[in-house]
Design a protein around this ligand. Structure first.
Ligand code: HXC
Length: 509
């Protein structure tokens, strides 16, 4: 017993007290502290705590640490089973050896078999340099499992230190990445290689810090101020997701009241070209303080995130008139498409709030492939089988009307506010095209254009044409939106969709 206890005590020390102090001095927690904070009290059960590496080169035989740089096991978060690995920077900088990778693969395999989420806390100097290709093989073993687990169990990656080289591809293939500000970075090649190859001078933080990846690249979905904040965000994120693709999300207690929200009546400005904050609409619909935004500072002309509606978890996709008038462009289409697919694979019903003037025109967008990227969103909605409801708050123009979860691509309920404008394009642009001859022949061209614009607007800048065809199920008073949605989601919660057999679809990438 003494021998066992001594070994366990040693394993808990990782790379030793000196290195633990160094980790703390950087404002970082150790792997074990992170695990303890993330999991329910006394719920952690370790697997492979006494594993050591097998390398003999470079004097490594004399440098062995129990656990080999990664703490692995299972436990619970809010009483729900999760599998976890946390890289221990105090042991060879958390670098990935063959045995380190085997430990991660073991918990991933168990999580897939048991149908439980996998949470990875990454803090690593990358491939264990002393092990060469054995380390690279270990990475590939993990990547392979990331893909096998994709869409089966939720996978969440926290980046709580370095994550460089090919190592970045494991987080990139998981459902969510969250980076700690100031102490984490992700890049395929670091500043030195960048300088050698492109002659660019850039710091690690500017190249691949939390700020760069949450605003410029969209690589990270969330950022956290520090380790503790990161752990709290992982817990919150998980609360909106089910254990696996076969299960539904967990409902919170809710009692239906009158659910009328008067504040929604006055959100829209008096003219349709003035912006407003779609987040006010979201707040007016969902349960109090339940909105959890994803990708907050990236492509902010579209909003995505989770919330609770009548106690149930939902995913929200909403155009944001405050940014670029809520237009769909390359980045916002990609961002929304990814979120739609994540909701769909984990049975999270979707609410889509539409106020979209169309796709962003221009060479920049066309050459970046707005066609393919817009198609991603169209494809993602069209293939989704979860309950899907849309509310058009104001504009739904052109192809963007079709793309934003229209009835035609499988939405279950489509509502519109009375101010909605549903048309091929704005009244001015439309009139200039279809009444071109009449306007050019008129004595007062401006007056003629205005007359035709009014004519077109009267016919189409409203929701009634679409309601007449049944493309809109009901035109609702804004204040009744929450009430309608709670009832409609409840009416469609047991939706079943059978698709034709196929290997897998071919989403435009
Ligand atoms: C073995 C490593 C290591 C590594 C760090 N250490 N990285 N040991 N393999 N990759 C060890 C150090 O020797 C040191 O040991 C301890 O970890 C802490 O490292 P420090 O350098 O003292 O820490 P710090 O100053 O904080 O710098 C951290 C660092 C730096 C920026 C991560 O260590 C570094 O640049 N490491 C190398 C990164 C790298 O090039 N990795 C390979 C990338 S290629 P002691 O005993 O002193 O505590 C790759 C390919 C993956 O990963 C491909 C997948 C397909």
């Amino acid at each position: 017993m003494k021998e066992l206890k001594d070994k366990i005590a040693l394993s808990h020390l990782g790379g030793g007290q000196k290195r633990i102090d160094k980790q703390h001095a950087k404002g970082k927690l150790t792997a074990r502290e992170r695990v303890q904070l993330l999991l329910d009290d006394d719920s952690f059960e370790e697997i492979g705590g006494l594993v050591t590496h097998r390398t003999k080169d470079f004097g490594m035989e004399d440098q062995k640490f129990y656990g080999d740089g990664v703490v692995t096991g299972y436990g619970t978060i809010a009483q729900r089973l999760v599998y976890i690995f946390a890289q221990d920077f105090t042991v060879f900088g958390g670098s990935l050896s063959e045995t380190h990778a085997e430990k991660i693969c073991k918990v991933m395999d168990l999580a897939i078999k048991a149908g439980a989420p996998i949470i990875g806390l990454n803090d690593s100097g990358g491939a264990r340099i002393q092990e060469g290709v054995r380390s690279l093989g270990g990475y590939a073993d993990i990547f392979y499992r990331n893909v096998q687990a994709s869409g089966v169990v939720p996978q969440i990656s926290a980046i709580m230190g370095p994550c460089a080289g090919g190592a970045v591809y494991s987080p990139a293939m998981t459902d969510y990445t969250i980076m700690v500000e100031g102490s984490s970075y992700m890049f395929v090649t670091g500043p030195n290689v960048v300088k050698t190859v492109t002659n660019e001078e850039v710091t690690a933080e500017d190249l691949g810090g939390a700020s760069a990846h949450s605003t410029k690249s969209g690589v990270t979905h969330l950022t956290a101020q520090n380790d503790l904040d990161c752990i709290l965000k992982i817990k919150r994120l998980l609360s909106y997701l089910p254990q696996n693709c076969e299960e539904k999300t967990i409902d919170l207690p809710f009692e239906f009241g009158n659910e009328i929200r008067e504040e929604l009546e006055t959100i829209l400005p008096d003219t349709s070209n003035k912006p407003y904050d779609m987040k006010d609409v979201i707040a007016g619909i969902v349960d109090l303080d339940s909105f959890f935004e994803i990708h907050e500072n990236y492509a902010d002309n579209i909003i995505v995130g989770y919330a609770r509606l009548g106690g149930k978890s939902i995913g929200i996709i909403a155009n944001q008139p405050f940014s670029l008038a809520g237009v769909l462009d390359v980045e916002s289409s990609k961002k929304a498409a990814r979120f739609v697919r994540t909701c769909d694979c984990f049975n999270v019903p979707m609410l889509v709030l539409v106020d979209v003037p169309g796709f962003l025109p221009g060479t920049d967008q066309e050459w970046q492939g707005i066609i393919l990227n817009g198609a991603k969103l169209l494809y993602a909605f069209s293939e989704a089988t979860v309950p899907r409801i849309s509310v058009i708050t104001r504009k739904a123009y052109g192809g963007a009307y079709d793309v934003m979860n229209s009835k035609h691509i499988g939405a279950d309920f489509n509502f519109a506010w009375p101010q909605a404008e549903i048309a091929v394009m704005g009244a001015k642009g439309a009139s200039e095209i279809i009444f071109k001859k009449e306007i050019s022949e008129a004595k007062d061209k401006t007056a003629k254009l205005k007359e035709k614009e009014d004519e077109y607007a009267a016919l189409f800048a409203n929701p009634y044409s679409a309601a007449d065809r049944g493309f809109i199920d009901e035109i609702i008073e804004p204040k009744a939106t929450r009430r309608k949605l709670i009832k409609a989601f409840s009416a469609i919660q047991n939706k079943v969709v059978i698709r034709p057999a196929r290997k897998h679809g071919n989403i435009p990438l």
